[in-house]
Design a protein around this ligand. Structure first.
Ligand SMILES: [Zn+2]
Length: 387
């Protein structure tokens, strides 16, 4: 076992798992939601707001940090934790997803992904080894292996070829990290010796490919496993089915991370299928667009019906936004284009997501998760206030 990182399963209720993992920067209780801090910052949030909302870990995007301000510069500042002033756990992605979704003129070859920066057009090659080196310099607590992100829909042949490449890249990532840990990698300083590495299961919507990928990825051996390439446009029941079957094929003793999902309902449904960790831009991005998640469903704060509504966004929420401001005021701030609109809305949405995770953990510990799940789904679908 890696010194500095460990995972303990503390309880189960049906398929749902209660646990915690220890990192060099503290403990994270699972199931956990990780707010997305794209450029070393969760948009519109100060770190103390994140702490107050209950965030135990945040996600940093390697692609963005590599291009600006640069992983070498961050390493010289003592690593990402010190640079951004967040002393708690951080997970970094591999950069692959942004190369596929943001970069211009990308070309995928066996060696890696060649792309042009979306900032200045400069040419870069992201290899599996390079993705490991960049994350070693950043010093996150959990680093992700580089995988190939498959577009949806994809034929079975394309999905199979891509999945096999992701397995090869995963093997190269593991080999590189082992070399770095042994001090055999020239030119890579280790910022965080206790950094764990997660492998990623791919295979699109084809369960047999997912099975092959899960077997090959666990054969390589990582500290945890992610399910990637879902929540990309496939029907929801297909996603839930793949999650359930794939989670079943991952080692029960390691954490399982569903990448890029999802709605509050997705979190509850995928916890029920054995997932321990989530990340998604939905609560933060939608907050900036005026969409708020509440215990009674979603609402759009710009809607005229809130113009003279003196009530809080969510009467059941204890966040600063709900304790202090009315829907009428938040609507005014949004329409006036005030910066505080984004900040207050984001604080509420993240508080709702993180409080949902806290309630999920509580329900699993009391073995009342199924009851919680039924009630949550019923209330989440009740509000058809705004589409
Ligand atoms: Zn609130």
């Amino acid at each position: 076992m890696l010194d500095g990182f460990s995972f303990a399963l503390l309880g189960r209720d049906g398929g749902a798992r209660l646990g915690e993992f220890r990192t060099p920067h503290g403990v994270v209780q699972t199931p956990a939601f990780m707010p997305v801090g794209t450029q070393g910052s969760v948009k519109a949030m100060r770190h103390r707001d994140l702490e107050e909302a209950g965030a135990q870990i945040v996600l940093g995007n390697t692609y963005h940090l590599y291009l600006r301000p640069g992983d070498q510069l961050i390493a010289r500042r003592g690593g990402l934790h010190r640079f951004i002033g967040w002393p708690h756990p951080i997970l970094t992605d591999s950069g692959g997803y942004q190369v596929f979704s943001l970069a211009e003129r990308r070309k995928i070859v066996e060696d890696g992904a060649e792309f042009r920066s979306h900032l200045d057009g400069s040419l870069h090659l992201l290899t599996p080894e390079g993705a490991v080196d960049i994350q070693a310099r950043l010093g996150s607590d959990i680093a992700m292996a580089l995988d190939e992100c498959l577009a949806y829909p994809a034929t079975r042949d394309v999905a199979a070829y891509s999945m096999e490449r992701s397995v090869r890249w995963g093997g190269r990532c593991r080999k590189r990290l082992i070399a770095i840990r042994a001090g055999d990698a020239v030119g890579v300083g280790i910022t965080n010796p206790g950094q764990a590495q997660f492998g990623i299961v791919q295979g699109g919507v084809f369960q047999d490919l997912r099975d092959q990928s899960a077997a090959a990825t666990t054969e390589i051996g990582f500290e945890g496993y992610a399910i990637g390439g879902l929540s990309v446009g496939e029907p929801i029941d297909v996603m839930y089915g793949i999650v359930a079957e794939t989670a079943r094929r991952l080692p029960p003793t390691e954490p399982r991370y569903l990448m890029g999902a999802g709605t509050p309902e997705d979190l509850v449904e995928c916890v029920a299928r054995g997932i321990d960790m989530f990340d998604c831009v939905l609560p933060t991005r939608n907050a900036r667009n005026g969409q708020l998640f509440t215990s009674e469903g979603r609402l759009n704060i710009k809607n005229a019906r809130y113009a003279e509504d003196d009530g809080p966004v969510d009467p059941a929420c204890r966040c600063y936004t709900c304790r202090t401001h009315s829907r009428a005021y938040l609507r005014h701030l949004y329409l006036a284009g005030e910066m505080t609109a984004g900040a207050l809305n984001t604080l509420h949405n993240l508080s709702f997501y993180l409080d949902t995770m806290r309630r999920i953990r509580e329900a699993i510990s009391f073995r009342t998760f199924d009851k919680f799940r039924q009630e949550f789904l019923r209330s989440a679908s009740r509000l058809s206030l705004d589409s």
